[in-house]
Design a protein around this ligand. Sequence first.
Ligand code: C5P
Length: 402
Amino acid sequence: MDKRVLLIIGGGIAAYKSLFLIRLLAKRGIATRVILTRGGSEFVTPLSAGSLSGERVFSDLWDLTAESEMGHIELSRSADLVVVAPATADLMAKAAHGIANDLASTTLLATDKRVLFVPAMNVRMWEAPATQRNVQTLKNEGQYILGPDAGEMACGEFGFGRMSEPEAIADAIENLLLGNQSLDAPQPLKGRHALITAGPTREPIDPVRYLSNHSSGKQGYAIVSALRALGADVTLVSGPTALPAPVGVKIVNVETARDMLTACESTLPADIFIGVAAVADWHVKGAGHKKIKKDKHGLPELILAENPDILAIISESKNRPALIIGFAAETDNVIAHAKAKLTKKNCDMIVANDVSGDVMGGDENAMIIVSKSGEQAWPRMTKHKAAKKLALTIATYFEDKA
Ligand code: C5P
């Protein structure tokens, strides 16, 4: 798991929902570390929170003072996002006023991360001017407030005060971890399934050696996150990379081009296919299970055979996605080669880039978008920025077609 949430469970009947939340986050590849307030521990036990998160639960500020322990500053900073659920009126009041008299409030004051408060309380407490002032203060400071929902409450009253459901909290967390700036960022690709290949492929020579290339997977992974942030359901078919798994997407790890094709075909149908992977053009014929020995009979001869062209096969399949985007990594005549590829591989768009510099493995890219309607050269920018721009271009493509 690569993204981490620090979850502060406050004292409220809704605390049990936070246990579901830990499990939901784990399923989405997000790790959780828990701080349980004294009030929180009246409703759920450290044992249940610890068993579900798979980590030690922290409760007391003074637990952390021993040399060997993690200090509270590190605890507040070692996560990507801090979530307070249930956020009681008391916890929000302390956070709004900078009161730090226990582990949870000290952590909230010390953190350098964004904080998502998920309030849960009696409707009158929620509507009380003091609570509303505190909520406004937290919002003005750029913190996030999710809910509360309206409905019947444990105390028998009816109104706003119910904690949001775990699914909604997990969606909001994922949204923030993906870099969105608001909890209700527009999701123009919601309901669309995107299939992306990324990274290199690895073609075995024998059980210990292989042919591959310099693709890092950075551009493909950035596109995956950018599409997810716009609401798409994403399946990533990835060759071997050193990158952390993107949040909230299905990942199928493969090695060879032939495996990549099988994984892609079994993932269809999809609305969008983007072939970002640097698929090896050849594999070694008859690569066996025995290591080739360095012996006296001269050099081994490797016979190469052509790999399937995944992009071409997907675009000819009867399940053809509505939008197919190929990548063209070229070192010369970039646009001419991209145009030829657009027709040859029956794509809707080709993203051409000049890889004669440090694009492969680097953090920046200058893309040229080639489609039947012409070409558009984007300036050099980070692969993350380029991915966001491409995701928005895809959203516009579907809007224009609608
Ligand atoms: O023909 P070329 O390898 O330059 O085409 C690049 C595009 O085709 C990329 O989108 C790449 O992911 C895809 N491709 C593929 N299967 C191959 C070779 C390339 O999907 N065997």
